[in-house]
Design a protein around this ligand. Structure first.
Ligand SMILES: NC(=O)c1ccc[n+]([C@@H]2O[C@H](COP(=O)([O-])OP(=O)(O)OC[C@H]3O[C@@H](n4cnc5c(N)ncnc54)[C@H](OP(=O)(O)O)[C@@H]3O)[C@@H](O)[C@H]2O)c1
Length: 251
């Protein structure tokens, strides 16, 4: 049976993706920093899906060497990953100089370095097998700078760019790389940033369904929701003003 590895699979978009993949018959490897969250998520998966296996790996992905440790753990388990989903991530709100540097550094590690290293490690293996898929979860934040959320927006621009670049490298080698760019989605993301979830947030189930369908159709950039597709083409100068207002007001 096939395996999907999902980082940040204990809540929000990651957990919703795990459910969609499980319904399609995939075994799941869930990765997160919290054993408690993972055990709870695995229990809920086992209750819903009897015919698949759910494995867990506890790893804080904001630490140096995290990707290598996850990769080695998967090898020790004797599992071959068919689909890698780089989903774990969060943002920090405030003017750049006011955000604690250590916190920002960890966030950048989680949003940039770890997904890059996981791609590098699993790509090598996928190329050897001549098949595999990667879904990198960026954001509509990738499409412009985000004042008062600056490092988060920049980290998502990085992932968007890196992911699209390796997709081109993978052409003709049997491996697909797709980039998911959700807009505002109803998860604990905003609560963790210390602001209210906007009322227009898309349902996490819809985002996950659309994402998996996009991956199945090998879409280069997957943007769930019509408004999010429109948002992409609005001029950056206008978006910068709106984003500033939203982040300052929400904080
Ligand atoms: N919600 C939105 O509006 C939105 C929009 C665009 C893009 N996104 C992106 O979607 C992805 C998922 O976010 P979400 O909205 O689903 O948020 P969420 O519900 O807060 O989920 C975040 C997941 O990341 C994991 N995580 C956080 N820090 C971690 C760490 N240091 N090491 C390992 N795992 C860690 C969390 O698990 P533990 O707490 O158990 O470690 C959790 O499973 C993120 O990359 C986010 O940037 C979200």
């Amino acid at each position: 049976m096939k395996y999907v590895l999902i980082t940040g699979a204990t809540s929000g978009i990651g957990l919703a993706l795990a459910r969609v993949f499980a319904r399609k018959g995939f075994n799941i490897v869930m990765v997160s920093s919290s054993e408690k969250h993972l055990v709870r998520a695995r229990r809920s998966m086992n209750e819903r899906f009897e015919n698949i296996k759910t494995e867990i790996i506890v790893q804080d992905l904001s630490l140096a060497g995290a990707a290598k440790r996850v990769y080695n753990k998967v090898s020790e388990m004797g599992i071959k990953i068919d689909i890698l989903v780089n989903n774990a991530g969060y943002g920090l709100i405030g003017s750049s100089e006011s955000i604690d540097m250590d916190k920002d550094e960890k966030m950048l590690y989680l949003n940039i370095i770890t997904p890059t290293c996981l791609c590098k490690l699993f790509l090598k293996e996928m190329y050897k097998r001549g098949k595999g898929k990667i879904l990198n979860v960026a954001s509509t934040a990738s499409f412009q700078p985000g004042p008062y959320n600056s490092t988060y927006f920049a980290s998502k621009s990085y992932l968007y760019s890196y992911s699209r670049a390796i997709r081109h490298e993978a052409k003709g080698r049997g491996v697909q790389v797709c980039t998911l760019c959700p807009g505002t989605t109803g998860t604990r993301f905003f609560q963790k940033e210390g602001i209210n979830t906007p009322i227009w947030a898309m349902s996490v189930g819809k985002v996950a369904e659309y994402a998996v369908e996009g991956l199945e159709n090998n879409k280069e950039v997957i943007i769930p929701g019509t408004w999010n597709k429109i948002f992409r083409i609005i001029p950056s100068t206008l978006k910068l003003k709106v984003i500033s207002m939203m982040k300052i007001k929400g904080h």
